[in-house]
Structures are given as C-alpha cells and as structure tokens.
Design a protein around this ligand. Structure first.
Ligand SMILES: [Zn+2]
Length: 257
C-alpha cells in the first residue's frame, strides 16, 4: 500500500482530503488537533520537531549532584523540566516515587556514606523545623569530602508535599529550603505564583548558590532554550534564529570539540 501511494499512478488528491459532506477539498493541515496529541516529536529531545532542542544539548560538570524523586504522573509529561537536569549533568539520578514501594536503589544510595543528601523543601511547617539546615551545611559536607546531593521532589506543589509527607525513608534527612528572589521564567504551565520555580530552575539556583556557577549557567541557558523552543512550537512557529541562550550553548559545544 505504501508503494502504491508513492507510485506515479496514484492521483495526488486522495479521497479523505475531501469533506465528505460537501465534496469540497479540505484546506491542508487545518483540522483541529488536541494539544500535543498528534504533534510529531523528536525522539532525541521529545520536543515537537519544529523546534528540536537536540542541537543545544551540552553537558557540564558539578560538585553537587541531583537525585530526582519524580511523581509518576509527572514522568512522561513533555513539559517536565526535571529531565533537563539529567541532560546537562550526567551524574543525575531519576527515581519514580511510589507511595507503597520505595525504590531499592534510592534506599541503597541513601545509606552510602560518600553522599550527603539534602531534601530541597520549604521550611514553612513547624513539625520538621529541627531538620532544617542552611547552605553552610552543604559547605560542611564538602569539607568532610562527601558529595552534596540535592533531592528534588519533582511534581506539582501538591504532589511534592505528598512525597515529602508519605516517604518515611526521607524522614531522617536534612531539609534545605531554597532561598531566592528569583522569579520563574517557565512559560509552559501557569504557575500559582511567579515565585514558584520549576524543577530545572530550582536546580540551577542551587548550583549557583553552592559554588557550581558554570554548571548553573549551562543549565539556565538550556532551560531557556527548552522554554523558547517549546513555546514557539505551541503556536506552530519556527524560531528563525537561535536565541542568545542558544548561541551560548552552541559556542560551548564548539569549544568542547
Ligand atoms: Zn530533538
């Protein structure tokens, strides 16, 4: 059948391009599409092919690491920014959170003395105030030659709270609130407040605040490239030229070769 369509003998106008009610030709590509469902996506970056992110993917190194504990409903959302952290920092670990069955690999890592894990979470509730630490605890970990690890609960605000409250294996860990004046630049979902940062922004801010400035800059640029590429594709608009952040990533990629 495929060959028949390609052969010269098939009439270029196929019957399903006609409106069955009127017999008139349908304008091409005008039928309504549910958001995202029929968009052709790149298998590399999972973004719509129109503005693929792959050319801008660059890696960086950092002292601190990230372990993401991702809510199952968040995992496959193409607008999830947690995966951008793993693209930039190869040491990133991603675990799916299930309320009843903790990930055994995560449990083993939590026992590993080489790492100093911190849960990134706000300090707005009194019942765990005794676990709250400041950035100096990250410095102390480095002095003790342990690798600081930021555990980010990746999901909506509600989901993150649920993960925090319903994961007994996290109960002994220090809680590091992210203190920042930064406002979100995320354009793909409407935040409840512009002070609510998305996962990649939280990671970039943590890197910057704890001395991994170069990695923070790369992640920020990569996040901006993702944001701009995705937002443009939503309006079926192809970016004419790389944005400033994209240009910096391309230059970095050139220098790496
Ligand atoms: Zn791609």
């Amino acid at each position: 059948m495929r060959d028949a369509i390609l052969s010269e003998t098939v009439h270029p106008v196929k019957t399903h391009d006609h409106d069955p009610a009127t017999g008139h030709l349908r304008p091409p590509g005008r039928e309504f599409k549910a958001r995202g469902s029929f968009v052709e996506r790149c298998s590399g970056c999972n973004l719509p092919r129109l503005n693929c992110l792959c050319p801008y993917r660059v890696t960086a190194r950092s002292v601190a690491r990230f372990w993401l504990l991702t809510h199952p409903l968040e995992h496959h959302k193409p607008t999830n920014t947690g995966r951008l952290i793993g693209d930039v920092l190869g040491t990133t670990e991603v675990f799916t959170w299930y309320r009843t069955v903790p990930d055994s690999r995560l449990l083993a890592l939590l026992e590993d003395e080489r790492y100093a894990p911190f849960i990134i979470f706000p300090d707005d509730q009194p019942d765990y105030a005794d676990r709250v630490v400041g950035r100096e605890a990250v410095e102390d970990a480095k002095i003790q030659r342990r690798i600081p690890v930021f555990i980010i609960l990746d999901g909506t605000w509600r989901q993150a709270r649920r993960i925090f409250r319903k994961s007994p294996y996290l109960d002994g860990l220090p809680v590091l609130p992210l203190a920042t004046q930064r406002l979100t630049r995320y354009r793909l979902r409407k935040p409840a407040s512009s002070a609510h940062l998305c996962t990649a922004e939280v990671a970039a801010e943590l890197l910057r605040q704890t001395g991994d400035d170069a990695a923070a800059a790369v992640l920020d640029d990569y996040f901006d490239a993702f944001n701009d590429s995705y937002a443009a594709s939503r309006t079926h608009h192809k970016l004419e030229r790389p944005t400033v952040a994209m240009q910096r990533l391309l230059q970095r990629k050139e220098r790496a070769f």
